[in-house]
Design a binder for this molecule. Structure first.
Ligand code: ATP
Ligand code: MG
Length: 201
């Protein structure tokens, strides 16, 4: 056997081993349940990922609802599209901004959306709930962490939930099945480029 043949053989063996491991893990993954997913981090792509998941689910004929905290009153391409597919949207009406002035009215607005979310989280007919930018509501104390955890724990077994937003609370991360952190490598905004319709909203 030449050196080259030996290399090829070793490569084959390695690939075989990887394949066996993957096959074994696929066979072992038997549990079926709805998932709690968190998309967090400072990079761009959290909300678009959440909506991508909703689009995927709607494409399979599943029932979805979307709750938008923070940017609810802004124009939103995904909303325009998904409402055509009868996906209900619950949005914060006061147009909460980063430099919010009035904690009381913001809390009220967040609570109103959260009430709708709680109903959805008890509803077996809903397959997927997107809680967009919800992490901030918990961080700022507009919505009680314990209440969120209880609603998530008691939701129907096959219902999935996607939570997006920066700085997800440690306890939510612990609770989640899948957590992805989007890291910013660079962002056009830092080069002075304006937010773009269809890309940024
Ligand atoms: P997207 O909605 O595009 O998936 P996102 O949900 O990950 O973004 P957010 O923190 O919700 O990000 O911010 C939403 C807006 O801020 C979008 O217009 C997005 O392009 C912009 N943005 C996201 N990340 C950054 C960043 N690292 N620097 C500057 N702007 C950003
Ligand atoms: Mg977002």
């Amino acid at each position: 056997m030449t050196e080259q043949d030996k290399k090829v053989e070793r490569y084959k063996q390695r690939q075989e081993k990887i394949k066996n491991n993957v096959d074994k893990r696929v066979a072992e993954a038997q549990e079926e349940k709805g998932l709690l997913l968190i998309i967090t981090g400072n990079g761009k792509g959290k909300t678009t990922s959440g909506f991508g998941t909703v689009a995927r689910a709607v494409g399979h004929g599943l029932n979805c609802i979307v709750a938008q905290f923070i940017k609810g009153t802004w124009d939103c391409g995904e909303r325009n599209l998904l409402e055509m597919h009868n996906v209900p949207f619950y949005v914060m009406k006061t147009g909460f901004t980063w430099n919010t002035q009035d904690k009381e009215s913001d809390t009220k607005a967040a609570q109103a959306v959260w009430e709708e979310c709680k109903k959805a989280l008890e509803d077996e007919s809903i397959d997927l709930v997107l809680l967009d930018e919800m992490t901030y509501m918990v961080t700022y104390g507009y919505i009680d962490l314990k209440e969120v955890k209880t609603a998530l724990s008691n939701r129907p077994k096959m219902q999935s939930v996607v939570i997006t937003g920066r700085a997800a609370h440690r306890e939510l991360i612990e609770m989640a099945d899948t957590v992805s952190e989007v890291r910013s490598v660079k962002h056009a905004f830092d080069s002075g480029i304006k937010a773009l319709k269809g890309i940024d909203w």
